[in-house]
Design a protein around this ligand. Structure first.
Ligand code: FAD
Length: 386
């Protein structure tokens, strides 16, 4: 056996498992294998403070490059500041932390994997490495088992000529013209003249034109009176949003008996596509298992993923209303109305920990979509005709 555990794919989910195992079980010989030139890729992973437990906030603290204690949303009819913590991790910090936690010979970058079994990986150069368990964290793969739509965006980290004047993130500036689904701009102020600005769409299709979105960002910056001196970095995201599907069939599509984590395990928030909190939770779960053999990890990761999928059925119902029943402009009304609700409810919604009374509140009142249209869409979906 070459290693105790091989982490196949060196992105967010497996990177966090590498860190958590190094913290709690340093005797376990973990190797992490990534096809790209660096671990973590090119991401800014943000989350709400509420999404993590105090213990999770503590062990992930070195990954956070920025934190704020409030954030804004902007819609045509109302804007609002919510007093809730928000923070951003960077893939650079994740890579640095893993490099500090694992010996260099156990970090393999620029090393594509072509096949996995529960206890081995085959590399593109035909080398076969073996382990007590392989954990597949190679990100979103093709699936016929899940019904997905997309949150897609192009983000640019920019330096401005003058201060932007923001005191905290703007999670949604939905005052922008709408097309290709629900559109908003997302802003993270990293410094007085330093900003991450993303042009974002909740869309039916996964196609994205970088040139068009760059033009939108330039137009948006101009509309705010901001002059961009330099684009420091760019990132593109096409994130899955869940409408429905069969989570057991999703697992059965994969390599038999291979533990899966992250997007590979369907672990994402159905309404945002975000997966940072789920990845932290999965790292805690794996690191606490009594035994780290493939069968134990497979059972635990599969059960956890299936449990989370089942518990999030209401989110997928909301997505069906948003994507199938709402016409374009109505999608913005749905989100606008949601952001008039109680701040505690908003926090629980994003943390995927809503209470029954939260769903009652979300679904009560004057609906932004005509009820008969919403109902007939939901029925048609159940009958396989939507
Ligand atoms: C630009 C961007 C920004 C995002 N922002 C947020 C955010 O703010 N908050 C949030 O919660 N979520 C965010 N997400 C969504 C989600 O959290 C990320 O997609 C997250 O990285 C998914 O984690 P993962 O470990 O499943 O996959 P990834 O992080 O994508 O990791 C998979 C890794 O496997 C590697 N790999 C793939 N195939 C192979 C192979 N054959 N051999 C070896 N390695 C392979 C890939 O190169 C990659 O590094 C963002 C996504 C993107 C793309």
């Amino acid at each position: 056996m070459d290693f105790d555990i091989i982490l196949a794919g060196g992105g967010l989910a497996n990177g966090l498992i590498a860190l958590r195992l190094a913290q709690l079980r340093p005797e376990v010989r973990v190797a992490i294998i990534e096809s790209g030139p660096t671990l973590g890729g090119n991401h800014t992973w943000s989350s709400f403070a509420h999404d993590l437990t105090p213990a999770q906030r503590q062990w992930t603290a070195p990954l956070f490059a920025h934190r704020w204690d409030h954030y804004d949303v902007r819609f045509p009819a109302h804007s609002r500041t919510l007093q809730a913590g928000y923070g951003s991790c960077t893939s650079g910090l994740l890579a640095t932390e893993i490099a500090g936690a694992l010996p260099p010979e156990r970090i393999l970058t620029a090393t594509p994997i072509v096949a996995v079994t529960p206890t081995s990986v085959t590399l593109a150069d035909q080398r076969v490495l073996s382990a007590g368990a392989v954990i597949d964290g190679r990100g979103q793969g093709p699936t016929k088992a899940l019904d997905l739509r997309w949150q897609k965006f192009l983000g640019q980290e920019v330096e401005l000529a003058e201060p932007h004047g923001l005191s905290g993130p703007v999670i949604m500036d939905a005052t922008v013209p709408q097309f290709d689904g629900y559109r908003f701009v997302y802003l993270l102020p990293f410094g007085p003249r330093h900003l991450l600005i993303e042009d974002t769409y909740f869309s039916d299709g996964a196609d994205l034109s970088p040139e068009l979105l760059r033009r939108h960002l330039a137009d948006y910056a101009a509309s705010q009176g901001w002059s961009v001196v330099r684009v420091l970095r760019e990132e593109i995201g096409i994130l899955p949003l869940g409408l429905g599907g069969d989570i057991q069939a999703f697992w059965d599509e994969g390599d038999a008996g291979v533990p899966r984590v992250g997007l590979r395990a369907g672990m994402f928030h159905p309404v945002t596509g975000y997966s940072f909190p789920d990845a932290v939770g999965m790292a805690d779960l794996v690191a606490a298992l009594p035994s780290l053999d493939a069968a134990t990890i497979y059972r635990a990761t599969r059960d956890h993923s299936v449990g989370a999928w089942k518990a999030r059925g209401m989110y997928r119902l909301l997505n069906r209303m948003l994507f199938l029943a709402a016409h374009n402009e109505e999608r913005r009304h749905v989100l606008e109305r949601f952001y008039t609700l109680d701040a505690g409810l908003v926090g629980r919604f994003y943390a995927a920990k809503p209470e029954l009374r939260d769903w009652m509140r979300i679904l009560s009142g004057k609906p932004p979509i005509p009820p008969m249209r919403a109902l007939s869409t939901l029925i048609k979906y159940e009958m396989g005709k939507a």
